[in-house]
Ligand binder design. Structure first.
Ligand SMILES: [Zn+2]
Length: 215
């Protein structure tokens, strides 16, 4: 039985009607494909969630983030990652979505400020164009909200694209890290907080990175 792709199920869940295609997909479900019906179930849930959260983030962004986590989940289900735990950090602040931020230090319009959270851990991140290049610099700090005055130093950080490592380093003594990033979709940062605990942070998509360079 030929299955349908994640993209096709996302459109289906969003109610994008492609007539013949939608009919075929419905038929496929009626034939009892548990894999596809599970995929659709996940995406129906996400679409509902994104719609409810519209005031917080545009559905396109929310869907992109969830799609990234879905791809990531597939990647990290690989054998070598068995037993490791991956947590998707939640975006709690994005200066691109909250343009009026009075009193945020160092915030110019070309600098994008992002804050992610997973449990008590916070990842404070800043993106800014690298002058004279077609890339941006991603600077950040890993913090524990229980001890906000000190960063989490010496932990591995990897920049991934669809699960492949593009570059890796470690946070410095105060928990800071930085990467040069070219406009690419499906980028994630993965922080190895503990042997079995990994925190995944989605990097804004290629289009918005390109927008910063051209600004
Ligand atoms: Zn199927």
């Amino acid at each position: 039985m030929a299955h349908f792709s994640i993209d096709e199920w996302i459109d289906f869940a969003r109610g994008v009607d492609r007539r013949e295609k939608s009919a075929k997909m419905r038929e496929h479900l009626d034939q009892g494909c548990s894999q596809c019906s599970k995929t659709l179930g996940t995406w129906r849930h996400m679409v509902n969630f994104a719609n409810q959260e519209r005031g917080f983030a545009p559905p396109a962004y929310a869907l992109q983030a969830v799609k990234t986590s879905f791809i990531l989940h597939q990647t990290f289900s690989a054998k070598e990652n068995r037993g490791k735990k991956f947590e998707m950090a939640r975006l709690v602040f994005d200066s691109a979505l909250n343009p009026i931020t009075v009193g945020v230090r160092g915030t110019a319009s070309v600098v994008r400020q992002l804050l992610y959270r997973s449990g008590s851990l916070c990842i404070d991140m800043r993106m800014q164009p690298k002058p004279g290049s077609q890339s941006v610099v991603l600077l950040g700090q890993v913090l524990d909200s229980a001890k906000p005055d000190q960063g989490i130093g010496g932990i591995p950080v990897r920049l991934l694209c669809k699960g492949d490592t593009l570059s890796q380093s470690r946070t410095n003594d105060v928990g800071e890290f930085d990467f040069g990033v070219t406009p690419t979709d499906h980028l994630q940062l993965v922080f190895g907080v503990a042997d079995t605990r990994n925190i995944v942070v989605p990097v804004p998509d290629g289009e918005s990175i390109r927008g910063m360079i051209e600004a």
